[in-house]
Design a protein around this ligand. Structure first.
Ligand code: PEP
Ligand code: MN
Length: 350
């Protein structure tokens, strides 16, 4: 395997037979590297899969099909390559501390929209923990439509999130909006998420892809599924293998909900990509009474997890007051979700 992850477009994959010897694998790698291309080696499945990264004409011209130990050579024709199912047929399982997402592991992430204070975050986190949740969410840098609305506590919020996560025993995740805050976020959280409004902030995507942290990418409010996949390819291209996609509702003509949850995106994404797909029913709904039905629909459609807002006193919340589930009601909500998760053959990760 090459020392540094090769960046650039993988043009094809070489699927080795399960019986291929280490020498045969090495020989294929040497042929590809000898032609001036890079390799990406995945030995986690049945047989080793070698991605060839480089100039399409050079890579495609290599006579790899005839080499001993090679089962088949698959050209990657789509614009998104590393995240595609062609590149990796088995489900990626993302690990964030004790929490696993994907491949039958269901992650229940919960927490307040914004970190407002230590006490508020702790009360929310305790409910998430008591409910058997897998991860604590909380926004420190808030993407607000109005510049006069609460913008988040910034670094102070990150410190609260870390301290509360450690106190209750949950891994923590927060949104990164600005590359200038990357180091602070890396220093304080276990997983970084990129919010809907930055889904196509390509420089930010490339930077977080190189951060070494697990990343969750939310779908833009007017982004197609294909655009979400292309955006995730920027992150994967930085060397990030621990990547999760999140459907959070899209803008349509419908006004009864804040956004329209695109339930179809779940099975479409699961077919197109090996990455775990989770759903944020809170931002899609905009109203707390709709969060549970949308959450259950998402589980039934194949989601690998949920991220849901919960606040100890939603009426006093500094952001998204109407959609946050009161923390006292969160355990009952999770119990309903967990019942359906097990009926669907998956296990809640905790
Ligand atoms: C959030 O999760 O806090 C958030 C702002 O979500 P989105 O980016 O999906 O609007
Ligand atoms: Mn919110």
């Amino acid at each position: 395997m090459s020392a540094a992850p090769a960046t650039g477009a993988p043009e094809l994959i070489v699927v080795m037979r399960a019986s291929a010897t280490a020498e045969e694998v090495q020989h294929v790698i040497a042929l590809i590297e000898g032609a001036g291309a890079g390799v990406h080696v995945d030995a986690g499945g049945e047989g080793t899969v070698i991605g060839a990264i480089g100039d399409r004409a050079i890579v495609a011209g290599l006579p790899l099909e005839a080499v001993d130990g090679v089962e088949r050579v698959v050209p990657l024709r789509k614009e998104y390559k590393r995240v595609s199912r062609e590149f990796r047929s088995r489900d990626t399982i993302v690990t964030v501390g004790p929490c696993k997402v994907g491949g039958g592991h269901f992650a229940m992430m919960g927490g307040p929209c914004s970190i407002e204070s230590y006490e508020q975050t702790l009360a929310s986190a305790k409910a998430v923990k008591e409910a058997g949740g897998s991860m604590l969410r909380g926004g420190a840098y808030k993407p607000r439509t109005s510049p006069y609305a609460f913008q988040g506590l910034g670094l102070e919020g990150l410190k609260i999130l870390r301290a509360v996560g450690d106190e209750v025993g949950l891994p923590v995740t927060t949104e990164l909006m600005d590359v200038r805050d990357l180091q602070d976020v890396v220093d304080h959280v276990d997983m970084i998420w990129i919010g809907a409004r930055n889904m196509q902030n390509f420089n930010l995507l490339s930077e977080v892809g190189r951060s070494g942290k697990p990343i969750m990418l939310k779908r833009g409010i007017a982004a197609t599924i294909e655009e979400l996949l292309m955006a995730s390819e920027y992150i994967a291209n930085g060397g990030c293998d621990e990547l999760i996609l999140c459907e959070r509702g899209i803008r349509t003509f419908e006004k009864a909900t804040r956004f329209t949850l695109d339930v179809s995106a779940i099975p479409v994404l699961k077919a197109e990509t090996h990455l775990p797909v989770i759903v944020d029913p809170s931002h899609a709904a905009g109203k707390r009474s709709l969060v549970a039905p949308l959450a259950l629909a998402s589980v039934a459609a194949g989601a690998d997890g949920l991220i849901v807002e919960t606040h100890p006193t939603p009426e006093h919340a500094l952001s998204d007051a109407a959609q946050q589930i009161p923390s006292a009601e969160f355990p009952a909500f999770v119990a309903d979700v967990e019942r359906l998760v097990s009926v669907c053959g998956r296990t809640l990760s905790r």
